[in-house]
Design a protein around this ligand. Structure first.
Ligand code: NAP
Length: 258
């Protein structure tokens, strides 16, 4: 991949959670397609690496903190201009914590999941929507999950949060009808990233077990879909895209070869 010229007037796309996994891969795919990615996450040193590869701009962002989102949005406004409009937002920051049953649900983990996946997406979208509309041709992609379309045992906190994030995103599709902004929900099944490591509090053996005997998706598989959706002509809105590994039929049903 060639590194795009950071000084050029490419349209801006904000990617939240760009320090790892699907977000970092999406930033790379979009940069290769001529976008200037603005990279948001808490681990700034990781963002700087992705920025170096993509010619993008790293900006610290904690989506659970309203002040951090406000400072991030101010940074995006400073970068944007008539020759470099904000045309894209990939709401990707988020994740899961734990696999407790409803009976044993841990409120702190629920709060973490709701803050990062639901309220985080709300805050970032609210703060950047005016710029996206001003561009005359904006696009919001939200990475929900198959957990936003179904439930599974031990997944209530995450499935509840992803259902809510999906509801927020799909509501916007109606509320923004007639405005120059497209909305695409991308709902992946199992993707091997740091997702399971985070879910299991850094327990790498437990995280690896999730992918035992299957061929999971990788972050690039999802990133290609993000870029495909964003590069359709302006009148084409891909509403919801579900992608899963061939070895996965639903949140709980896998074909394992071991
Ligand atoms: P990942 O490798 O763990 O990446 C998660 C990203 O979210 C990181 O860049 C992390 O950055 C960022 N993030 C988390 N909390 C944040 C916060 N408070 N503020 C800003 N950024 C935050 O996992 P991933 O698989 O790429 O996950 C990306 C998205 O895909 C998530 O929304 C996840 O729910 C969804 N998803 C994943 C899968 C899967 O199987 N992997 C399947 C369906 C959907 P920092 O830690 O540096 O802040």
């Amino acid at each position: 991949m060639t590194t795009p010229d950071p000084g050029s007037d490419r349209p801006l796309v904000v990617v939240t959670g760009a320090s790892s996994g699907i977000g970092a891969a999406s930033a790379r795919a979009l940069a290769a397609d001529g976008w200037h990615p603005v990279l948001g996450a808490r681990r700034v040193e990781r963002l700087e690496q992705v920025a170096e590869e993509t010619g993008g701009t790293p900006l610290e962002l904690d989506v659970t903190d309203a002040d951090s989102v406000a400072a991030f949005a101010a940074g995006v406004r400073d970068l944007a201009g008539p020759t470099r409009p904000l045309r894209g937002l990939v709401n990707n920051a988020g994740g899961a914590q734990g696999t407790e049953t409803v009976l044993e649900a841990d409120e702190d983990k629920w709060r973490w999941m709701w803050e990062s996946n639901v309220l985080g997406t709300l805050r970032v979208t609210q703060s950047l929507l005016p710029l996206l509309l001003d561009s005359g041709d904006g696009h919001i992609v939200t990475i929900t999950s198959i957990a936003g379309l179904e439930t599974y045992d031990g997944g209530s906190g995450y499935t509840a949060a992803k259902h809510a994030e999906g509801a927020l995103h799909r509501t916007l599709r109606g509320e923004l009808l007639g405005q120059p902004v497209r909305l695409t929900e991308i709902a992946p099944g199992a993707v091997e990233t740091e997702f399971s490591l985070v879910r299991f509090g850094g327990d790498s053996a437990r995280a690896a077990k999730v992918y035992d005997g299957i061929t999971p998706l990788v972050a690039d598989d999802v990133a290609e879909v993000v870029a495909f959706a964003m590069n359709r002509p302006s009148h084409v809105n891909l509403d919801t895209i579900v992608l899963k590994p061939r070895d996965q039929a639903s949140g709980m049903r896998f074909h394992r070869r071991t």
